[in-house]
Design a protein around this ligand. Structure first.
Ligand code: UD1
Ligand code: CA
Length: 508
């Protein structure tokens, strides 16, 4: 546990977030593969608080269910406090206190569900500063170019924190201040509880302001101070989709940079998108236009891209994944995938194996060294090791009602355009001829061929398609000397051809 773990962190998330103009609650919108709320709670949980409380009201049930998922993924309990119909951040904090032990002491941190770039380390710095200074309240503040909408930090002539004034309650002098209240605080638990009971709704918005705790504490003679952060992004909230995109881009920039500093080569950071939960080993190369989503895990020496989108994929050491779209699949060490491959969930490609160009796979185990090089669909299949699936083959898994599996052994070589009509099994070392339709099991070591004998009908084109380019080509092939200029179709470059000849041809 970190040295300065707070007794509790309260995350405020009861607001509606109407500016998102969305049917989805604001804090459930994702950046870098996690909801805003998940980012906020991860940062809070990182400080190791004894209690973690989230205040909800808007979309309560949906968010409570989402919190269960988050709680599972961070592996700790998250309490829910319901805000009643008294509005304001102060009331929200008061409602959170009802979920905490009455006699809770020490430091209580308050933060928001919609500040996704805030880090555990910044919260720790706040708590440490708060505790070493012996403060009753410490506010995290920032100097911003455009402070409109924020509460302003008003300091005394000596530079001490005096109070926070909301935009709607501010006169022009206060509005001209550019130091803003981030809304992130460390409180002494007893001071917070005592002061909140005395906060009124007597202000321009008729809300219980959490910021009023500062004035009350100060009047009582307690120490209050503002800690200024220079990293404004960390206290920035996502209020609309424009800000959501800006925060998403900045978070991505930070994630990509962290991977580069840890030994990953990223050729074009601007076109590389990496989610928070992705892990990448040193000496991976990421080419331009790559998105790594969810829980991707990329092993050392792999080369990903260009132009690939992988979600929840495991890529083995030294594998190459080129122009590929894949999800919930495993690519073995030294395997090659793409260009232009589509790996759907449940694909497991063995070591040194290959999924080539215009190949789609789904729920398919493809063994070590096995190659599926061209134009093929492999669905619901198990293929052994060192087999080769001929170009343009289909694992015909669907009979119109149910899906069935195909099993192919090791060292199997199938001809181009083989159809595996599932359920069917092809034994080890078997071969199939081009154009095979495999409906019955093929024993190990057998050759299967499916052929109606090929018929040749000589002269069919001359008889049935006279006067066509095909007929003339056939005639020329039979007798090159018969190239009569008057009926030549080879175009103006051919010696002896004339414009007249070409127009004569069109009339024929
Ligand atoms: C608040 C601060 C302001 C600060 C700003 C930073 C107060 C009175 N003002 O502004 O000084 O500069 O944050 O963004 O605290 N929330 C609830 N319940 C409520 C109201 C809000 O849970 O009744 C939550 C919202 O979901 C949101 C956060 O608190 O996560 C901030 O709410 P918002 O309305 O955006 O902030 P302001 O009150 O305008
Ligand atoms: Ca408000």
């Amino acid at each position: 546990m970190p040295q300065h773990s707070p007794a509790a962190v309260i995350v405020l998330a009861a607001g509606a977030g109407t500016r998102m103009k969305s049917a989805t609650p604001k804090v459930m919108h994702p950046i870098a593969g996690r909801s805003l709320l998940h980012h906020a709670i991860s940062a809070a949980a990182g400080t190791g608080p004894e209690h973690l409380v989230v205040v909800l009201r808007y979309a309560r049930e949906q968010l409570a269910a989402h919190l269960e998922t988050i709680s599972g993924s961070i592996d700790r309990s998250v309490l829910v406090a319901d805000q009643d119909d008294v509005p304001g951040t102060g009331r929200a904090a008061e409602c959170a206190l009802t979920q905490l032990p009455e006699d809770i002491g020490g430091t209580v941190v308050v933060t928001y569900g919609d500040v996704p770039l805030l880090t555990t380390s910044t919260l720790q710095t706040l708590v440490e500063h708060h505790e070493t200074q012996g403060n009753a309240v410490t506010v995290l503040s920032a100097n911003v170019a455009n402070p409109t909408g924020y509460g302003r930090i008003v300091r005394t002539a000596e530079g001490d924190l005096e109070r926070i004034v909301e935009e709607k309650d501010a006169d022009d002098a206060v509005k001209s201040l550019t130091e803003i209240n981030s809304g992130i605080y460390a409180f002494d638990a007893a001071v917070l509880r005592g002061a909140l009971a005395r906060v009124s709704t007597d202000n321009a918005q008729g809300e219980k302001y959490l910021t009023d705790v500062i004035g009350i504490a100060r009047t009582d003679g307690a120490r209050v101070s503002a800690l200024t952060t220079s990293d404004v992004w960390q206290v920035e909230g996502a209020n609309d989709r424009v800000q959501l995109a800006q925060l998403g881009r900045e978070l991505n920039r930070r994630i990509v940079e962290a991977h580069m500093r840890a030994g990953v080569t990223v050729i074009d950071p601007e076109t590389t998108w990496i989610d928070s939960d992705v892990t990448i080993a040193p000496d991976v190369t990421v080419l331009p236009g790559v998105q790594l989503h969810g829980a991707c895990d990329i092993a050392s020496g792999a080369v990903i891209g260009p132009d690939s989108t992988l979600s929840d994929m495991e890529v083995g050491e030294g594998a190459t994944v080129t122009r590929t779209h894949g999800s919930l699949s495993v690519i073995g060490a030294g395997a090659t995938v793409g260009p232009f491959a589509y790996l759907r969930p449940g694909t497991e490609l063995g070591a040194q194996a290959k999924i080539g160009t215009f190949v789609e796979t789904k729920n398919a185990q493809i063994g070590d060294g096995t190659k599926v090089p061209h134009l093929t669909y492999v669905g619901d299949a198990t293929i052994g090791e060192h087999s080769n699936i001929g170009a343009s083959s289909v694992f015909v898994n669907y009979d119109g009602v149910e899906k069935h599996r195909t099993t192919v052994g090791s060292h199997v070589k199938t001809g181009s355009d083989t159809m595996f009509i599932a359920p069917v099994t092809v034994g080890d070392g078997a071969y199939s001829g081009a154009g095979s339709v495999i409906r019955e099991d093929v024993p190990a070591g057998a050759l299967t061929i499916t052929e109606g004998r090929q018929r040749i009908i000589e002269g069919w084109v001359a008889a049935k398609r006279p006067g066509t380019p095909a007929a003339r080509a056939a005639q020329l092939a039979a007798d090159p000397a018969a190239g009569d200029p008057a009926t030549d179709s080879a175009g103006p470059n051919r010696p002896g051809s004339t414009d007249d000849a070409n127009s004569a041809e069109k009339e024929s």
